[in-house]
Design a binder for this molecule. Sequence first.
Ligand code: BGC
Length: 368
Amino acid sequence: MIPVAFVPDRALLDYSRDLIRSLQTPEGAYPASPTFSAYKGFCWFRDGAFIADGMSAVGEVASVDAFFAWCARVVLRYRDDIRAAVDAAAAGEPLPDDRMLPARFTFAGERAGGGDWWDFQLDGFGTWLWALDAHASRHGSDLSPYVEAVAITVDYLVSSWKRACFDWWEEHDDRLHISTLGCIGAGLEAASRMGVLDLARADLAASTAATIRDFVLTDGVANGHLVKWVGSDAVDGSLTSLIAPLRFIPADHPVARATLDAVEADLVVNHGVHRFVADTFYGGGQWPLLSCFAGLARAALGEPERAADYLAWAVSTATDTLDLPEQVDGHLLAPDRKQEWVDKWGDVATPLLWSHAMVLRLAQELER
Ligand code: BGC
């Protein structure tokens, strides 16, 4: 076992696991946050997939199976919409963004309706495929119940990956975001090796993932590191996820280390990771879940002590009741923009299940 500098108190890990399990809905959905006004009642494919990966890593097999069953039901419920999107793309007349799938659904698996969210995001549909494959590899799960849902998700992503859409932070829908592309590519690659697709579709998933990787490593790189979107030379805190846990950019590729170094130079203060330099959401604080992604990437590069420093910082953001927030305000990029969000939506989302899951995931990585 590799000695690491920091292993969090068991109490926080146990609490995190219990919290996620207890808040999972009877339908299998993972709520983003039980109390936060703007997130209450919704499950995101992005948050949910990473929450599932954390729970899978700590052996919560039944919970994770229930989540993936929920994902499959949602995708199948909207199969006609997906078919319409695939057919329209094939006919050279892509559907408008508001007819593509949203990023979040009610626990019953329905679109929210009302059109009041930054809905069109593709990353989560790749991330659920990636997480499903990671879970099956860890626990030897039977993937036969997912045949149709995986196939239809693959078709959707193959036909739509090159579309601009909102990013992880639900912003800039006019851009091609590199983190989004990485999630799609990782999902397609995962689907191609699951053994549930017909050969032609599996080949198409694999070749599209390879095309996306080539695209990311050419159009998605500036000054040797990955960038926030095509045409930018800035980084985003989400980019480290492509190194680990998604493993879409191999850890030994020079771009991996350069990306992590650039994120650390531009976005990290005392192991707390900002989303991007121009962030103003709640004043632009530091996100424990992003520190965990940076830690996972450092671990993938063979630097467990540096990974442990990130874990220590993420753990330090827990409240007295052990709840982990979405972000903390110890170092704000835009302090004068915090209050407007408090007025609009109340205090920062706490607990955020994705933060808890990432602490579980990184702690498990370092314990291994
Ligand atoms: C974040 C998203 C996240 C959502 C729910 C938003 O503020 O930007 O990444 O999926 O909250 O947690």
